[in-house]
Design a protein around this ligand. Sequence first.
Ligand SMILES: *Cc1c(COP(=O)(O)O)cnc(C)c1O
Length: 370
Amino acid sequence: MRELIIDLDAVAANLATMRARVGKALVLGVVKANAYGHGMIQVARKLEAAGVDYLGVADIDEALELREASIDLPILAWLHDPQQNFVRAVDAGIELGVANIAQVEAIAKAAEHLGRVARIHLKIDTGLGRNGASEQQWPQLLQTVHGLVAEGFVQVVGIFSHLSCTTEADDLAQIVRFDKAVEQARAAGVEFELRHLTASDGSIKYPQAHYEMVRIGVALYGLSPFEENSAADFNLRPAMTATAKVSLVKRVEAGEGVSYGYLHRTVSQSTLALIAVGYAEGLPRAASGKAKVSIKGKTYDVNSRVAMDQFVLDVGNDSVKAGDLVTIFGDPASGVPSADDLAAACGTINYEIVTRMGGRFKRSYLGEEV
Ligand SMILES: *Cc1c(COP(=O)(O)O)cnc(C)c1O
C-alpha cells in the first residue's frame, strides 16, 4: 500500500561523488537516525561495500546495532547519556566522541575494567554552541586526557568540531579556532591521527578544511545541504522515493467538502482519490494545501488536510484509479516532486522530511548488499 524505495546504488554513487570532491581525506559516512530514514543497516552495508572509511552515529546504541549486524568498520558515536556506561561500547570497539572530563573519565574506567584501550575523538566547540568542550574547558580536558593516555586507558584517534554554516565569515572563524585547538593539543603532548571538521555543507564549500577526514551525511542520501542549491548541482542523486497506491476513488458532486476543516471543496463533479499516507508516516500536516504529488506523470496539489493515516486528492475528471501509483517525492530528474519541494511547501528542510519518513511505510531496497 505504501513504500519507501531506497536506491542504495544512488548512495554508493553519492559516496563516490563526495570522495572525488574531498581528495585524500577519509570519508566518515553518517548513518545516525536510521540513516536519515533510509534504513541504517542496509545503508551501512552498502557504504562498507562501496569502501567508506568510517561510520558515524549519534548514540552508542546505534553503533552497537551496527556491530550486531557484523559491520566491522571503525564507528564513531558522539552523543552520550549524562550517566552513560561505556563498557559495552569500548568492548565493541566503538570510537567515542569526548566533550568533557566526566565523559573521558567514565570511558577510561570502562577501559580499565575491560583491560582494553578506548579509542576517543576529542570534540572542541569552535562556535556552534552545541556539543563539545568550550575553549575555556579545552586546556583542562587536554591535561586530563594526556594523563589517561599515559596510564594506557585511552588513545586519542582524532580531534573534531562542527560548523554552524551560518555565514562564510562565521565558518572561517570556526576554522581558525579549530586550528588553534589542534595546536593546543599538540603543545599539551596529546597525539592523534585525524582532524575532522566538515559535514556535507562544509566539505563542499571549504576544500581547505577537509583535514584528514570529512563527515558526510545528507549528501550520501542524494540531498543538497544548501537550501539555495539542488542536489543535481553537485551531481548527487536522491536515494529515497516515497510512494503509495491510490486506495480508493469515488465520484462526488460539486461543492462537497474534502477532509477535516474543508480546506478544499469541489468546484465541479470530481473524482476524489484516497491515499493511505498521513502524518504518522511523516508526511507533515503542514503539507496540507501546500505540497504537490505526482500520479502517472501529472502533479496534483495536496489541497485538502493531511490526516494521521491518509490524505485525499481532487483529481477532477482525470482517469485516476484505485491501485495507481502516487509519488509523494523522489528524484526530480524523473519529473516528480523532490524532498526539497516537500520541505519548502512545509517550511522545513529536506533533512527533516526524509528523517521522519516511517510510520507504516515499508522500505524496499534497490542494489542491496546481502
Ligand atoms: C549529523 C552530523 C553530521 C552530518 O551532517 P550532514 O549535514 O548531514 O552531512 C556530521 N557531523 C556531526 C557532528 C553531525 O551531528
